[in-house]
Design a protein around this ligand. Structure first.
Ligand code: CDV
Length: 311
């Protein structure tokens, strides 16, 4: 009996700097409505889906920085998403900025977080981004700042997996996709489907020689990870020209074979759907058979702390 589910990447086009939650949540509910019409069971929204990607700016006004963080989830403005999920019977992944209670000021306010919500509208899982990229302090000499470590703490929940939607699910966030350790942590726990939202600039003005490689550097690590860990991936972009920075689309579904089986076609709101069979992971999990073939005793350098001599 195949364990099939139609999954969707609910790509979002740009969100303006002072836009507020209501119009964004309305767009997301619309994508959920379309998902329902197309028989989707699970939707992945982008990283930081509710607001613009503000870490591209050094914002000195604490009130503005605070405005990008959620103090409750769901809160009054995000409740419609949960209501729609329950009404449509669709589960979802949502990326957002999670405020740490008691934090004040204009930086280090919280986590870059994702949650897993089941089709009853219940939060069943949480992940906080581990690989927080960019400059730790403002650097006006850069053409494009990426100040995530200035605004966010490193995630402290590890790489949990969750039994839901008829399978074992894991979550990652954006830059995590470039690190094989993220995927292997989920693969070792038997993850069958990993959802990931991202905000990735199409071009790197401070490192233009990589510009032509951006799409490859987006897909290559995920295609490898899907194959090497025998799992499905749904990766969802915030896309288009946002705050003067063009964000890459290329939302995708990747099969356990490593093949990209669905790829978004636009830079705007777009629902990309694909019917997956969770049991299609088994062939690849059997081939790599971690219990038989992995050699953890030879991998010590991977987990040795920097203080003990790891480069
Ligand atoms: N939001 C991200 O984590 N973005 C990163 C940066 C480094 C561009 C990325 O890996 O795409």
């Amino acid at each position: 009996m195949p364990r099939t589910i139609v999954v969707a990447a609910a790509q979002l086009g740009p969100i303006a700097r002072h836009e507020g939650r209501a119009p964004v949540v309305a767009r997301m509910v619309e994508l959920l409505r379309e998902a329902k019409a197309r028989g989707v069971g699970f939707v992945t929204f982008p990283e930081m889906a509710l607001t613009t990607f503000f870490p591209r700016w050094h914002i000195e006004d604490p009130a503005e920085v605070l405005s990008y963080f959620e103090t409750a989830m769901p809160g009054p403005e995000t409740q419609p998403l949960f209501d729609a999920a329950r009404a449509f019977g669709i589960g979802f992944y949502l990326g957002y900025c999670e405020m740490i209670p008691g934090r004040t000021g204009a930086h280090h306010l919280g986590y870059n977080t994702a949650i897993l919500v089941d089709p009853t509208g219940t939060i069943v899982g949480k992940y906080r981004k581990v690989h927080v990229p960019g400059n730790a302090t403002p650097d006006a000499s850069l053409k494009l700042q990426h100040l995530e470590p200035w605004y966010f703490d490193d995630g402290n929940l590890g790489f949990p997996t969750f039994e839901t939607m008829g399978g074992k699910l894991g979550m990652l966030i954006c830059n995590d996709r470039r690190w094989p350790e993220s995927w292997r942590m989920l693969g070792l726990q038997g993850a069958e489907l990993v959802c990931l939202g991202y905000n990735s600039p199409s071009l790197l003005p401070d490192n233009p020689k990589q510009n032509a490689l951006r799409k490859m550097h987006h897909l290559l690590p995920m295609q490898s990870a899907a194959y090497q860990n025998g799992l499905w991936i749904v990766a969802t972009a915030k896309a288009g020209l946002e705050g003067g920075c063009h964000m890459m689309g290329h939302s995708c579904v990747i099969a356990p074979s490593g093949e990209v089986v669905a790829l978004s076609a636009t830079d705007g709101d777009e629902l990309l759907t694909y019917k997956i069979d969770l049991d299609a992971t088994q062939e690849y999990k059997r081939f790599f058979d971690f219990a038989t073939y992995r050699r953890p005793a030879a991998y010590g350098l991977i987990t040795r702390p920097h203080s003990e001599g790891q480069p």
